[in-house]
Design a protein around this ligand. Structure first.
Ligand code: GLY
Ligand code: MN
Length: 490
């Protein structure tokens, strides 16, 4: 290759590369002001003479020396924006004198460590947490023990259950050690079994430890979304809806469940959603009757079957939860359409009922009544009151940092975001005419409760049987995919 051509190639490579590097990192994370505001709000509703203690999630081991990708505890993320493990946050109702300073919150974080950062990426450290997350009192995790917070000053120590899956590692300030320090400070003897009597001091602390109030206070904050949160949820939901549209265009009966899952998840990544909010559910035919089917291993979804797809993108921590059920070959059979349209009718009525002040259980009751009536009309059950398993789950849950988000399940309030997801599942061998067997339909949308009524954030993904069939006729970018020759061997 002559020098000029080599130079041209190099130039193009550098140009393309620098363009890629110039593409900016997302700027739409929650701001430090948001997190600070949430801490202030929590402080306001905490009971008198109380302290709240938050631990990060544990790092969970996958196998051997490989861990699962770290996912922050939602409460911790909500109040801090910190996305690293091995940290503890303490929020006081009133100022406390700690090491000579009057403070109302303190955070202990992962120490900076050049070697660890070379392997696993940058840590914010004390300076970063101060500058980027806006905490004034930040210390390294190993300093927690010396902070000598006197927990006997409080009538309530609000804390979440924090011991799920915590391992002791070589790191002397890991979550295990932070928890051990906390227990020591509240005088719970680690080696003492629960059945033994505690001495007076321990009994006193036992009384002040309060996980129930903790959960209900956090739920009361998290169930009402702020404007910043709504923007992130809206993005997560729209990305998930695009995933549903793209697969409607690409679907054909020879696809595998895994492949369908891959198309959704590719769309999530393409539009900047880092993860899935929960394990993706793609069930063809009878697999759709398994409510949380996540194996997704059927190699061919098959002509004539329905494919139930319950997936949600997670965008900067906030997750969507959208379900569509579509015919693999693009056309509902008569029976499939009857069941689909019944679920749709129930869902529509459920959504309309989501008005401020109505009970959380309202859409559940409404969808259940419509589905039971419909099942009687179709001869699948004999009466409204018959016990059956064709609609075995509730219709709704909040979404947010968790797919089943924190909530106290009170009446609907402005700026809640709640799913409506009725379904009918007729497993093979059910006590009804065989023609219904293997039909499973769930339709799930994410509804924003507003003063002007419910707004369906996922409406962009076709919902009626007619619109789904129309969308499935559209061409797909995947139509041009090269077919693999996996069976031919080497
Ligand atoms: N998307 C799964 C569920 O709501 O349980
Ligand atoms: Mn759901």
């Amino acid at each position: 290759m002559c020098h000029q051509i080599q130079f041209l190639f190099l130039f193009c490579f550098l140009f393309l590369n620098s363009n890629a590097q110039n593409k900016e990192l997302p700027k739409d994370y929650l701001s430090k002001e948001f997190h600070k505001g949430r801490r202030e709000q929590l402080r306001k509703i905490m009971p008198a003479k109380s302290v709240s203690v938050f631990f990060t999630n544990p790092v969970r081991n996958r196998a051997n020396d490989v861990d699962f990708h770290f996912h922050q505890d939602p409460n911790f993320y909500y109040l801090t924006g910190y996305r690293e493990p091995n940290s503890v946050l303490i929020i006081f109702k009133n100022d406390q004198k700690i090491q000579g300073e009057l403070i109302n919150e303190i955070i202990f974080v992962q120490e900076k460590d050049a070697f660890a950062e070379m392997w696993n990426g940058k840590r914010l450290g004390i300076e970063g947490v101060n500058k980027e997350l806006g905490f004034n009192y930040v210390y390294n995790g190993f300093e927690f023990i010396d902070a000598k917070i006197d927990f006997s000053n409080f009538d309530h120590i609000l804390v979440s259950p924090f011991e799920n899956d915590v391992r002791d590692t070589d790191n002397e300030a890991d979550l295990y050690d932070l928890i051990a320090t906390f227990k020591q400070q509240i005088s719970i003897n680690l080696t003492q079994s629960k059945k033994q009597n505690f001495d007076k001091n321990q009994a006193k602390f036992r009384k002040t430890i309060d996980t129930k109030t903790f959960q209900s206070l956090m739920a009361s904050l998290r169930e009402i979304k702020t404007k910043e949160e709504l923007l992130l949820i809206k993005k997560a939901v729209e990305i998930s809806a695009i995933g549903q549209i793209e697969i409607m265009k690409a679907m054909h009966p020879a696809m595998s469940e895994l492949e369908i899952q891959g198309v959704h998840e590719f769309v999530y990544k393409k539009y900047g959603a880092e993860y899935e909010g929960y394990p993706s559910i793609v069930g063809a035919g009878n697999n759709g009757c398994i409510l949380h089917y996540v194996d997704n291993i059927k190699p061919v979804v098959g002509d004539g079957s329905l494919v139930l797809m319950d997936l949600g993108a997670e965008y900067h921590g906030y997750t969507a939860d959208v379900t569509r059920t579509i015919p693999a070959n693009g056309k509902f059979t008569v029976e499939q359409k009857l069941i689909y349209d019944l679920v749709f009718k129930a869902q529509e009525a459920g959504i309309v009922s989501m008005k401020i002040g109505n009970n959380f259980n309202h859409p559940n009751q409404i969808t259940r009544t419509i589905i039971n009536n419909g099942l009687v009309e179709l001869g699948i059950i004999n009466s409204q009151d018959e016990d059956h398993l064709y609609y075995p789950h509730g219709s709704s849950h909040h979404i947010g940092l968790d797919v089943h988000d924190a909530s106290n399940f009170g009446p609907f309030e402005e700026n809640m975001v709640i799913t409506v997801e009725p379904g009918i599942y007729i497993t093979e061998g059910s006590n009804c005419d065989k023609k219904w067997w293997g039909i499973a339909v769930r339709i799930e949308d994410d509804i924003w409760i507003t003063k002007n009524g419910p707004i369906n954030l996922s409406a962009m993904a076709p919902r009626t049987s007619e619109d789904i069939e129309k969308t499935m006729l559209l061409p797909s970018a995947l139509d041009a995919f090269i077919l693999p020759k996996l069976d031919e061997g080497f």
